[in-house]
Design a protein around this ligand. Structure first.
Ligand SMILES: Nc1nc2c(ncn2[C@@H]2O[C@H](COP(=O)(O)OP(=O)(O)O)[C@@H](O)[C@H]2O)c(=O)[nH]1
Ligand SMILES: [Mg+2]
Length: 417
C-alpha cells in the first residue's frame, strides 16, 4: 500500500518536473501546504500567497492532497495549469505550483513530510490551507530566513503580540495544555508556541532528523531533536479559526499528543546510550524523565477519566460529577505514584517507611493539583463546557506542576538532570 502511494507521488513529481525543471536549482522557498477537503479555500489561498511572496524570491508552492473527496487536489492541479506560474514574476523571481496527489489519507504529519521530501527549495515553509495561517506573514518570514542560517522561524500564537480569534474554548484549552506540557516537559520552554503548524526553516536543519510519522507536530520534533543547534525566531500573529470547511483534528488531537510524548520518550532513551557531553547527558536525562512522567500522567488521565465517567454515568454508579471526579483522582494518583516510582524515577528502595513517606509527599503535591483540577472542572462545567472535556483540560493543567515538585522532593533528584 505504502509503496504504491509513494510511487504515485514520485510520478506526479516527475510530470511536474518536466515542465518546471529549469526553475528548480535556485528555488529559495518551498511552501508546503497539506490539504484535505479544502476546496473552498485552496484557490483563494494560492492567489493570496502569490500576492505576498516578494517578486525577487523564487518560490514553489507544494500542495499535498490526500485524495480529498471534495476534489481539492484536481482543483489545485487545474488552477496551476490554467495560470501559467512558470512565467517569471520579474527578471529574477518565479513561482511554480506542484500538487502531490496521495491516493490514501495517511495523516497530516506524513503529508507534510512527503511534501518536504518532494520539495526543492533551500528553505521550507509549512502552513495550513484554511487561512488560519495568514499569508501576509510570508514577507517577514522570508526576511528572517535571509538573516540567519540556523534559524527556525515560527508563526507564533502565544508570543507577545500573538493571539487566537474564534477558536472554541475546548480547543483552546487542549492546545494550551499540550503546549505547556511540551514547553516544560520536553525542555523547549523558551519557545512560546512549539506546537505551531506555521513555521519555516532552512533545509539543512532537517538533515539527520528521523521523524516519527506517528508523531504529532513536526516543529516540536525539530525543536526537541535540534535544540542545541538552532536559534528560534517567533513572529507573533493572529490565528483565526477557519471560515470554510471543518477541522479534521478535533478527535485525534489528544491521542496524537500521547503518541508524540511516547516517541519523544523513546528518542530520549536512545540518546542516553550515547551521551556526547555532560550537559547533553543532563538534558537527555531530564527530557527522558519528563517524557516518562507525562506518559504516566497520560495513563493516569485515562484511569481518572474512565473511573470518573463510569461512576457518574450509571455503569458503576450514578454519583454527582464532583464525587465521581474525586474518586477518579484518588485512584489515578495511586497508579501514578507506583508507575513513577518504578518506571520514571527508577527508585529501587521499596522499604515501607521510605515508600510511605514518598507516597505522603506525592499526595501532598497531588493535592495541589486536585485543588486546581476540581476548581477548573467546576468552573468549566458551570460555564457550559461538557464534563468530559472539562475533565481532560483540568487533569492536564494539574499535572504540569507535579513533575518538578515530585522530582525534587519526593524522589530526591536535582530538578535539572
Ligand atoms: N494531506 C492532508 N492534509 C490534512 C489532513 N488532515 C488535515 N489536513 C490539512 O492540514 C491543515 C490543518 O488541518 P485542520 O483541520 O485545519 O486542523 P486544525 O487547524 O487543527 O483544526 C489543513 O490545511 C488541512 O486541510 C490529512 O490527513 N492529510
Ligand atoms: Mg485549521
Amino acid at each position: 500500500m505504502r509503496d504504491q502511494r509513494t510511487a504515485e507521488i514520485v510520478q506526479t513529481r516527475r510530470e511536474n518536473e518536466t515542465s518546471h525543471n529549469e526553475e528548480a536549482p535556485s528555488t529559495f522557498l518551498s511552501i508546503v501546504i497539506p490539504t484535505y477537503n479544502e476546496s473552498e479555500n485552496i484557490i483563494r489561498l494560492i492567489s493570496e500567497i502569490t500576492n505576498w511572496v516578494p517578486q525577487d524570491i523564487r518560490t514553489e508552492i507544494l500542495i499535498v492532497d490526500d485524495n480529498s473527496p471534495d476534489g481539492t487536489g484536481s482543483l489545485a492541479s487545474e488552477y496551476a495549469l490554467e495560470n501559467d506560474f512558470d512565467i517569471a514574476l520579474n527578471n529574477s523571481g518565479a513561482l511554480t505550483i506542484r500538487v502531490i496527489h496521495r491516493s490514501i489519507r495517511d495523516g497530516l504529519m506524513c503529508a507534510v513530510l512527503d511534501g518536504i521530501k518532494a520539495s526543492m527549495g533551500k528553505n521550507i515553509l509549512v502552513m495550513d490551507a484554511d487561512f488560519s495561517h495568514p499569508p501576509q506573514l510570508i514577507p517577514r518570514i522570508i526576511s528572517e530566513l535571509k538573516n540567519e542560517s540556523n534559524c527556525v522561524v515560527i508563526g507564533s500564537r502565544y508570543a507577545k503580540g500573538g493571539t487566537t480569534v474564534g477558536v472554541p474554548l475546548k480547543r483552546l484549552l487542549i492546545s494550551f495544555g499540550a503546549t505547556e506540557i511540551a514547553r516544560y516537559g520536553l525542555k523547549v520552554k523558551e519557545v512560546r508556541d512549539p506546537m505551531s503548524g506555521f513555521f519555516a526553516l532552512p533545509r539543512h536543519i532537517l538533515k539527520d532528523i528521523e521523524f516519527s510519522t506517528q508523531g504529532f507536530k513536526i516543529l516540536l520534533e525539530i525543536l526537541v531533536k535540534k535544540q542545541s543547534y538552532v536559534t528560534v525566531k517567533e513572529i507573533p500573529y493572529t490565528f483565526t479559526d477557519r471560515k470554510y470547511g471543518n477541522s479534521k483534528l478535533d478527535l485525534k488531537v489528544s491521542i496524537d499528543f500521547m503518541k508524540a510524548v511516547w516517541s519523544l520518550y523513546k528518542y530520549g532513551r536512545r540518546s542516553l546510550r550515547r551521551p556526547e557531553n555532560e550537559e547533553n547527558r543532563k538534558s537527555v536525562l531530564f527530557l527522558s524523565k519528563a517524557a516518562r512522567f507525562f506518559t504516566v500522567g497520560a495513563s493516569g488521565l485515562i484511569v481518572n477519566f474512565l473511573v470518573s465517567y463510569l461512576l457518574s454515568n450509571g455503569t458503576l454508579g450514578s454519583l454527582w460529577y464532583i464525587q465521581a471526579t474525586a474518586i477518579g483522582i484518588a485512584i489515578s494518583i495511586t497508579t501514578n505514584f507506583v508507575l513513577n516510582k518504578i518506571w520514571t524515577f527508577e527508585d529501587k528502595d521499596f522499604s515501607a517507611v521510605h515508600s510511605l513517606k514518598q507516597y505522603g509527599l506525592f499526595l501532598l503535591f497531588s493535592s495541589l493539583g486536585i485543588t486546581i483540577q476540581l476548581t477548573l472542572v467546576y468552573v468549566l462545567v458551570e460555564s457550559g463546557l461538557s464534563y468530559n472535556l472539562s475533565l481532560i483540560s483540568a487533569v492536564a493543567a494539574a499535572s504540569i506542576s507535579n513533575f518538578m515538585l515530585n522530582k525534587k522532593w519526593t524522589f530526591g533528584e536535582k530538578v535539572w538532570g
